[in-house]
Design a protein around this ligand. Sequence first.
Ligand code: XMP
Length: 316
Amino acid sequence: PFRIEEFRREIIDGIRDRVGDKQVVCGVSGGVDSTVLAVLLHEAGVNMRAIFVDNGLLRKDEAAEVVNNFHRMGVPIEKVDASERFLTALAGETAPEKKRVIIGNLFLDVFWDAVGDAEILAQGTLYPDVIESASNENSKASKIKTHHNRVDRVLELQAQGKVLEPLAELFKDEVRELGASLGIAKDILNRHPFPGPGLAVRCPGDITKEKLDIIREVDAIFISRLKDHGWYDKVWQAYGALVPVKTVGVKGDERSYEWACSLRAVVSEDAMTADWVELPYSILRESSNMILNSVAGINRVLFDVSSKPPASIEWE
Ligand code: XMP
């Protein structure tokens, strides 16, 4: 059996041994893995910096929440607000893969600028990531991880023994358990997966601040309905996306000509396949009413009943 207390002590001792009095830097997203990593470094008492890049593609209030969560845990965090840079770089681009490349490259520029002359880089790489990078070079997941965890600069540091991956023997469930034993709040540990490119993969076509703000409102309403009705923890991932097609509607006494949005909720084991979830109609009705009453720019709400394959989980 996996003995968490003992394991936690071992990991923390291992970090102290490796880091000594050098400075260690880690990137944090607010997700489970990087949060657990940052808390472990903090608990180890080493000289650490946690860097959080706001790429302007985060959900409603997410940047403030991440910073606030770290403050609550007493772990120092540095937020780099690069949202304008990302929006400028993305302006006018409509091709999904090109959008991904722009975001990935800019993220690396911004992150490494903030890191400066790091003595040690800590990453929240998990066991499945290690396996995927080694055995399955062509899968999308492995390309994603490759992009963030195994890029040139990282390989260079790795060759010099300057990359620390304290979670590399763990599965996700074990990371959650470890997180709980470190006192990390349940709402952080049970967060749905959120993609690195953020809302860019929920905004087909070109990305504008106006569209992102609409997605943020739609998503926040839908997620709040799921939480209030006890469905958030029953689904693997759920979100609102923009369907940038304008159709005619009526708002008040006026004809409207506005975009549609899509609500999506799936269950999955590993994201390679996924089933859409039969949410209660009452949740859909409540979400739809609230969205149509309060989100300017949306006059139609759709529920996505597509499983993966052939659909993907995200809308890009
Ligand atoms: P798709 O849309 O390919 O998504 O069915 C499968 C899962 O992967 C997540 N996803 C990403 N996660 N970086 C990530 O860290 C990415 O670039 C990325 N793209 C998709 C997606 O949210 C879903 O859970």
